[in-house]
Structures are given as structure tokens and as C-alpha cells.
Design a protein around this ligand. Structure first.
Ligand code: SAM
Length: 231
């Protein structure tokens, strides 16, 4: 099977010979890919919605993957026992939901070695949570697909230092890699920030002035990073 660019980059972070859980599996493409290409020995495919999980259950039977992919219905990591898997994929959800899932079942979270996380929004808040709660970010990827950018974070438990606040917003790993689409990503972010700023211009409330200053500062920081990667 072929994966989309986003799902392929997610799957590429899963270590060989892993035992993986795909939380919020929905269509179940990741579990299927991981077992078909023998990256994972076993995948627990879970979802909080029976309707979503049924999509996975139907192909498990059809393709005879019953001993390789185990479907489980439930909320976040509660479907797992401690040390049952070494790798967890949580993709296609908001960063705050991913954070809550990691936080809610600490016993399970602490028993997992590798985390592949792909927040749809709030990547800054997710990085902040990870870096202030005993995770280290080992690698990151950025994908552009269907007119959208997707950030993928590969993390494990450990200690990490953040040198500047802007690194919660923009991955220092992507900066260091001079990731080929990082400049495009930052320009797109700046474009939307400048649109918000023009909407705030002339507004006189304390809150709008505060927001204006905060976003102006952010635009400047993005430009600084852009200069570094384009120099
Ligand atoms: C947009 S889909 C993402 C599917 C796939 N992971 C991907 O990245 O393409 C989000 C899935 O997460 C599931 N979901 C949402 N909250 C969840 C939770 N707390 N625990 C498990 N699954 C959850 C939804 O039911 C849905 O099937």
C-alpha cells in the first residue's frame, strides 16, 4: 500500500521491530503499512469512535492480519497496559488533545519509549508541554500536502533544554536541518499573522493593543529565523 506524504513521514519515524499503538487510527492506514512492511511486529490500532475503528476491523479480517493488528476501542492511552508497546503514534488530532492524552495516563506514557506525534494545530503548546514535562524531541519533519503544512514530532522521555521561547513555535531541529520547506512554512505563517495585524490596526482596546504588540514581535522573530535559514 502507498501512504500519503504526511502518513509516510509519520511511518518513517516508527523504529524497526517495534510494537506500536496507533491512537486515533481511524482508517487504519498506519497500522496496515507498519505490518505490511514489517516495521512493527504488532500494532494495537485504537480509536475512541466505534465507527472509525470499524474501518480498521473490516480490513484486518479481509487481509488476514488478525494476529498482527489488534483493534481496541477506547479513549487515548487507556486501551494499553504498561510496557505493552514501545512506540505510540498519535496523529491527526489537535496538539492540546495529544497533550491531554499523554498527560491523562501517566503510568502508560512513562512506559513508552518512542512517541510520533502529528498535531493539526497548537504545535507550540504541544512542544511546550513535551519540553517542560520530561520529554526530549529527537527529530522533526515538515510536510506540505493538500495546501497545508503538517509538523511531525519524534520524541522520547528525557531532558531537553529550550534556548529561546521562539523554539516552541518554530522547531530548532527544522532550523538546524535547514529543512527544504521551512522558509515556505514561515512565510505562510507570517502572511497569516500580518493579515491578523492589519485587522487589529487602529483598534483602541487594551487587549487589541496587547495582541498587536505580541504579534508584531512574533513577525519579527519569524523574519530573524528566515534570515538565518536563507543566509
Ligand atoms: C482526523 S482522524 C486522524 C486519523 C489518523 N490518525 C491520521 O492521522 O490520518 C482523528 C481520529 O482520532 C480519533 N480520536 C479523537 N479523540 C480520541 C481519543 N481521545 N482517543 C482515541 N481516539 C481519538 C477520532 O475518532 C478520529 O478517528
Amino acid at each position: 500500500m502507498r501512504l500519503s506524504k504526511r502518513l509516510q513521514k509519520i511511518a518513517d519515524f516508527v523504529p524497526n521491530n517495534s510494537i506500536t499503538a496507533d491512537i486515533g487510527t481511524d482508517h487504519g492506514y498506519i497500522p496496515r503499512y507498519l505490518v505490511e512492511y514489517k516495521i512493527s511486529k504488532l500494532v494495537i490500532a485504537s480509536d475512541v469512535s466505534q465507527g472509525s475503528l470499524d474501518k480498521t476491523i473490516s480490513y484486518i479480517d479481509e487481509l488476514g492480519l488478525n494476529n498482527k493488528i489488534i483493534p481496541r476501542l477506547g479513549d487515548g492511552l487507556e486501551v494499553l497496559k504498561p510496557y505493552e508497546v514501545d512506540t505510540v503514534v498519535i496523529a491527526g488530532m489537535g496538539g492540546l488533545l495529544i497533550r491531554d492524552i499523554l498527560e491523562k495516563n501517566k503510568g502508560i506514557t512513562n512506559s513508552i519509549t518512542h512517541f510520533v506525534l502529528q498535531p493539526m494545530v497548537a504545535s507550540k503548546e504541544l512542544r511546550k508541554y513535551l519540553l517542560n514535562n520530561g520529554f526530549m524531541i529527537l527529530d522533526e519533519e515538515l510536510v506540505f500536502e493538500d495546501e497545508k503544512f503538517y509538523e511531525i514530532i519524534y520524541a522520547k522521555k528525557g531532558k531537553d533544554l529550550v534556548e529561546k521561547d521562539i523554539y516552541y513555535e518554530i522547531s530548532p531541529i527544522l532550523i538546524k536541518k535547514k529543512h527544504p520547506i521551512l522558509a515556505q512554512f514561515l512565510k505562510a505563517k507570517n502572511y497569516s499573522l500580518e493579515n491578523i495585524l492589519s485587522g487589529l490596526e487602529g483598534k483602541d482596546t487594551e487587549k487589541s493593543k496587547e495582541k498587536f504588540n505580541e504579534l508584531t514581535d512574533l513577525v519579527e522573530k519569524y523574519k530573524e529565523v528566515l534570515n538565518t535559514i536563507e543566509s
